[in-house]
Design a protein. Structure first.
Ligand code: FMN
Ligand code: EPS
Length: 368
């Protein structure tokens, strides 16, 4: 498998949904950094299943244990290993999936790829449970980025056909976090949040699931970070974002919408303000030629409606060769988008941290 990411930082994620534990090893993280455990715990709590309207009823604390790399609250420079134990596993719910793969989950391709040796319980290593260590690693990076004035902020841009307000691509960082925190769902518009919740309740009653889009911004990035071609900031971020289960699309700035504009509408003219070079618009999402422009980096990730629906559905019985009716068991999210908001923010922080360490090195970062 390829559950390792990064160049200067190397993040590996291990474990299975119903195994003993899940966790991460973060190698290459700077030494001597004070770790903000309160911040990390807060991020883990935002992702954890809540049992509420949109969430799986599986109860996990997501408490983490540090096995190495942090001593007296500071990083030692050695690989940082954190583990979270799995507690609430109902593995018998997955007995029928060996012969009857769920449509649109990883069951079938994983079985072929790993010759039937993979662990299918609770989605195994493909489970969104693995986003818990991803958030741990990301929030560790993010707490470091915050000391350098770099913030990440995301909200639900839409669930099904209900849209939230959009970020102003040029001016982010003026109180959006406070507005989002006031709402039950992480949205800018309380009214949109109410309509999303109503949609989610209706989907739950219908035994169905819903997808949506998360919009995220990175602020405080200096211009000139990143590289063209394979080292582009878009490539680094996309690699992390497409590692989040259920992500099926990623776009930057005006994204797919830019294709419908004329050049005269799509260009981002430069101007100077308080000795800083800025652009009047930000259709390019803060990245040109793979390199940061100094404008906010803005991107969106599209999440599919998850496949484990509570309605009978048709699939192939791999043993008999007949199409049969499958009833999916297990405890599943109705809409992953609210829980995905902290996953997107913190996963993106890993890419940003790795890029900055590559660009400046740790010592150089002190002056950024
Ligand atoms: C936060 C989060 C929670 C998820 N919860 C579930 C779930 O309860 N049930 C499920 O079948 N899939 C869930 N998924 C999605 C699956 O893990 C994912 O669809 C599966 O691994 C196949 O990968 P793919 O959809 O990226 O192709 C969740 C995804 C995220 C990001
Ligand atoms: C436990 C989490 O989500 C799980 C993600 C998931 C999947 O297929 O991705 C399937 C479900 O597993 P189970 O059937 O064992 O309850 C979810 O509960 C989590 O995110 O922490």
């Amino acid at each position: 498998m390829s559950s390792i990411y990064g160049n200067q930082l190397r993040i590996s994620i291990f474990g299975e949904s119903h195994g003993e534990a899940i966790g991460t090893v973060v190698d290459g993280f700077p030494a001597g950094v004070a770790v903000d455990f309160d911040f990390i715990r807060a991020q883990m709590a935002r992702r954890r299943p809540s049992g509420g309207a949109f969430s799986t009823k599986r109860h996990e604390t997501d408490d983490f244990r540090i096995l190495s790399g942090i001593r007296d609250g500071r990083t030692t420079g050695a690989p940082i290993c954190a583990v979270m134990e799995n507690g609430d596993t109902h593995s018998q719910d997955y007995d029928n999936l060996t012969d009857m793969p769920r449509p649109s989950h990883a069951d079938y391709p994983a079985m072929v790829r790993y010759k039937g040796a993979n662990d299918p319980r609770g989605g195994g290593h493909f489970s969104a449970r693995l986003t818990a260590p991803l958030v741990f690693a990301g929030s560790l990076c993010r707490s470091f980025l915050r000391t350098r004035g770099i913030e990440l902020i995301a909200h639900i841009a839409s669930i099904a056909d209900v849209a939230d307000e959009v970020f102003d691509l040029c001016r982010i960082g003026g109180g959006e976090a406070e507005r989002i925190a006031q709402n039950e769902l992480p949205v800018l518009s309380a009214e949109a949040g109410e309509r999303m919740l109503a949609l989610i309740r209706a989907a739950r009653s219908a035994g169905d699931t819903l997808g949506g889009v998360v919009e995220c911004a990175v602020t405080g990035m200096k211009p000139g970070c990143g590289s063209p071609m394979f080292g582009s900031v878009e490539s680094a971020l996309s690699s992390l974002l497409f590692s989040i289960p259920a992500v099926k699309g990623v776009e930057f700035g005006s994204g797919f919408g830019i294709a419908a504009l004329r050049g005269s509408e799509a260009n981002d003219p430069y101007y100077s303000e308080n000795d800083q070079i800025k652009t009047r618009f930000n259709h390019n999402g803060g990245i040109l030629g793979g390199i940061t422009t100094g404008m906010p980096i803005v991107f969106r990730a599209a999440f599919k409606p998850i496949s484990s629906i509570a309605q009978p559905q048709r699939t192939l019985n791999l043993k008999s060769g007949n199409e049969e009716t499958l009833v999916v068991r297990g405890r599943h999210d109705i809409c992953v988008v609210p829980r995905a908001v902290p996953v997107v923010e913190n996963a993106a922080a890993i890419a940003v941290c790795d890029l900055l360490l590559e660009e400046y090195g740790y010592e150089g970062l002190a002056n950024v």
